[in-house]
Design a protein around this ligand. Structure first.
Ligand code: PLP
Length: 382
């Protein structure tokens, strides 16, 4: 099997599994318990927090563990909106955000907040002038993803941070698709809030983190005990958090070299594909992208059929965001980039990872060429 769907999830690193096992077995204490057994678990959670903070480039006290990346996005948006309501009711985001952000914005609109959804260029990049123009005296938060999960296109978040800082507006960055892929430390982006998810960087599923810059106003979304300095009530997932830290430390270590290797493979894949398969285009090709992602549009056929054809040939790909599987709608990201519904429906996403090798790329290109040819033959007969 060739797995090219790393933007949906990544395999757990064996070292992370190893680190987690004791906390799922004999060391099952509650980190909030006052006895020795609880104390051990607390030490493990705080050690993990320190390791993640070191990777991210922030203070350990600025890391809040959450259940998922989705929950971290919810906390960032709802928490900021509720904390800053007395100051204003306007939020700014982009049309290409993950549904964890977009659907939360819709929910906030239902609560009486106003949200501006900024358009993006054909290359998938948000327009800085449009962003600046959207900021008003009522604006309390800007939320922009670091890289898009469908296309891998990277947004100019440092420039956005400079703008928001100048205007006294808080900035949230969803870095789920860049943490562990770009060598840049997320804590250096200049954002007030940054979202991470363990399972996108070879950690376990069901653990996320939100970086909350010291002094950032944030109202908790969950109510209960005072866990995570009051920001996220609920007993910590000790094993998940320990696995997250182990995976993050190993993934951030040697990241520059690994990024270069993976982007070389991705370029090879796209080059070979463009040479072999007619009527294919690479979405966001001219923009800065994370090294591992390739979004491809094939004229005249359905992305879903291509993904099925690849699956039969032992290759795991995706039509876009895994979170939207089951939704017949084409990717909202590609539509926002100006693709027609038909073009967006004819798209697939290949996302490479640590285990991807040259041979995988060559086999995938051959399988894609065969699948596409077959599908186009069938559709011309119909
Ligand atoms: N944000 C982005 C950009 C994502 O790609 C994803 C997952 O695909 C999420 C948020 C949600 O993360 P999680 O799967 O941990 O809920």
């Amino acid at each position: 099997m060739i797995y090219l769907d790393h933007n949906a999830t990544t395999p757990l690193r064996p070292e992370a599994l190893e680190a987690m096992l004791p906390w799922l077995g004999e060391r099952w204490g509650n980190p909030s318990s006052p006895h020795r057994f609880g104390h051990d678990a607390r030490v493990a959670v705080e050690g993990a927090r320190e390791r993640i903070a070191a990777c991210v480039g922030c203070r350990p006290s600025e890391i809040v563990f959450c259940g998922t990346g989705t929950e971290s996005d919810n906390l960032a948006l709802r928490g900021s909106a509720h904390a800053l309501r007395p100051k204003g009711r306007h939020l700014v985001t982009t049309a290409i955000e993950h549904h964890a952000v977009l659907h939360t914005c819709r929910a906030l609109e239902a609560e009486g907040f106003r949200v501006t959804y900024l358009p993006v260029s054909a290359g998938g990049v948000v327009d800085l002038d449009a962003l600046e123009a959207s900021l008003g005296p009522e604006t309390i938060l800007v939320s922009v993803m670091h890289a898009n999960n469908d296309t891998g296109v990277v947004q100019p978040v440092e420039e956005i941070a400079a703008l928001t800082r100048e205007r006294g507006v808080r900035l949230h960055v969803d870095a789920v698709q860049t943490a562990g892929k770009l060598a840049r430390r997320p804590g250096d982006l200049g954002a007030d809030l940054v979202t991470f998810s363990a399972h996108k960087l070879y950690g376990p599923k069901g653990v996320g983190a939100l970086y909350v810059r010291e002094g950032t106003p944030l109202t908790p979304v969950t109510t209960g005990g005072g866990h995570e300095r009051g920001f996220r009530a609920g007993t910590e997932n000790v094993a998940g958090i320990v696995g997250f830290a182990e995976a993050a430390a190993r993934t951030f270590d040697g990241l520059e070299a690994e990024s270069r290797r993976v982007s070389g493979l991705r370029d090879r894949l796209e080059r070979q594909l463009l040479e072999t398969v007619p009527r294919v285009s690479v979405n966001g090709a001219g923009s800065t992208r994370v090294p591992n992602t390739s979004s491809l549009s094939f004229q005249g056929i359905d992305g879903e059929s291509i993904v099925l054809g690849l699956d039969l040939r032992g290759i795991c790909a995706s039509t876009g965001s895994a979170c939207s599987t089951g939704e017949p709608e084409p990717s909202h990201v590609l539509l926002a980039m100006g693709l027609s519904r038909r073009e967006a429906q004819g798209s697939i996403r290949l996302s490479l990872g640590r285990a991807t090798r040259d041979e995988d790329v060559d086999v995938t290109v051959a399988a894609l060429a065969e699948t596409v040819q077959q599908l186009r033959r069938i559709s011309s007969v119909r």
